[in-house]
Design a binder for this molecule. Structure first.
Ligand SMILES: Cc1cc2nc3c(=O)[nH]c(=O)nc-3n(C[C@H](O)[C@H](O)[C@H](O)COP(=O)(O)OP(=O)(O)OC[C@H]3O[C@@H](n4cnc5c(N)ncnc54)[C@H](O)[C@@H]3O)c2cc1C
Length: 323
């Protein structure tokens, strides 16, 4: 089994450790999963990656893989899977991870599955996978018949393993590069909140039309800052131009699956729900007790957000020792 870690801005992306947890959930005790890291930071980051419970970490430290194209990354993944003698490859379900699953599956002649939330082995040893489908309104259970599988696990579906004491055994890998490939020349960061990336965040605080005006959105941002959370928004907010479209959660925005999602002044239209219903715990604050958001909420507060949110922000800051 091979776990593919992702390095962004020279640091291991935390959800790579969730991929290790997923791999360990179905690997036998004598079958320590191996890892792959690419780019110039591969060796320095291999320690933290291995400590989550990996045997060897294959490192392709080529400078050209600092920002690998999906095609070059796929080549390295297949080379590492061959070196590891792996039959299953597990990746974090980040945008880059999901992007590469289909390519690797095609080249490696494997089944490719994204959005995986649980992994087990059936009595015959076949992989049994669970994932939400139809925007989280149903759960699909599937058994992989192909001998090889490439899996992307849904963010926050697996708790990262506690850091162990496994010493990293880094092994140099020099994967073949695609003969014809493009080159990523740069990234432009889209406007986002000051906190963590919306797609990766463990906590998301989203505001809707209930905040009434662009300037009131600072209430949402203050609460997000107190939690160390990312800021999201409904389409009503982005359509009104109160926040850029990069904040939008839902069918035509981002899909998020944080551990905690706070929906503030959001009614819970189906197009919003499909983007956040997979969150582990959902808290809704809304003045209308009949608002559909309460049907998916684990905790609901019926009341005026202009009173509740500042009080909640104060309490969260106090609880986190932020004064
Ligand atoms: C093709 C298509 C794609 C779409 N894609 C998306 C998408 O990706 N994401 C998305 O979000 N929407 C999307 N929509 C729009 C969606 O249908 C809803 O219109 C939108 O989600 C509504 O946003 P809202 O909940 O913020 O506003 P509203 O529905 O107007 O709800 C505002 C809520 O705030 C509450 N409220 C008002 N004042 C207060 C107060 N003082 N305190 C507490 N609560 C208060 C109200 O009770 C109400 O429930 C899409 C629509 C279409 C047709």
């Amino acid at each position: 089994m091979l776990v593919v870690g992702e390095i962004r801005d020279g640091r291991l992306v935390p959800s790579s450790l969730e991929a290790v947890a997923a791999a360990r959930a179905c690997a036998g005790p004598a079958d320590a999963p191996e890892g792959l890291l690419v780019g110039p930071a591969a060796r320095t980051e291999s320690g933290a990656f291995a400590a989550a419970g990996l045997g060897t970490v294959h490192c392709d430290a080529d400078e050209a893989l600092a920002r690998p194209t999906p095609w070059a990354w796929s080549r390295a993944i297949v080379a590492a899977a061959t070196a590891a003698g792996a039959e299953t490859i597990v990746l974090a379900g980040t945008a880059a991870g999901r992007d590469v699953v289909g390519r690797v599956a095609a080249v490696w002649e494997a089944a490719g599955v994204t959005g995986v939330t649980a992994i087990a082995r059936g009595p015959t040893g076949r992989l049994r996978l669970t994932r939400p489908v139809f925007g989280g309104r149903a759960t699909e259970e599937l058994e992989v018949a192909a001998p090889r599988a490439v899996l992307a696990v849904r963010p926050h579906a697996f708790a990262p393993p506690p850091a162990g004491t496994t010493a990293a055994t880094a092994s140099d890998l020099s994967a073949p590069r695609p003969e014809k490939d493009g080159r990523i020349t740069g990234f432009e960061r889209v406007a986002g909140g000051a906190g963590p990336e919306l797609g990766d965040a463990a906590i998301v605080v989203s505001g809707g039309r209930g905040v009434r005006a662009a300037e009131n959105f600072s209430l949402i941002e203050d609460l997000a800052r107190a939690f160390g959370a990312a800021v999201g928004a409904s389409r009503a907010v982005t359509d009104a131009g109160w926040r850029p479209v990069s904040f939008q959660v839902g069918q035509t925005g981002k899909s998020v699956t944080p551990q905690l999602y706070l929906a503030v002044g959001i009614s819970g239209a189906i197009q919003h729900l499909v983007g956040m219903v997979g969150s582990r715990v959902i808290v809704a604050i809304n003045s209308d007790a009949q608002a559909p958001i309460f049907r998916v909420a684990d905790y609901g507060v019926v009341g005026d957000l202009f009173q509740i949110v500042p009080a909640l922000t104060r309490e969260v800051r106090k609880a986190r020792g932020l004064g």
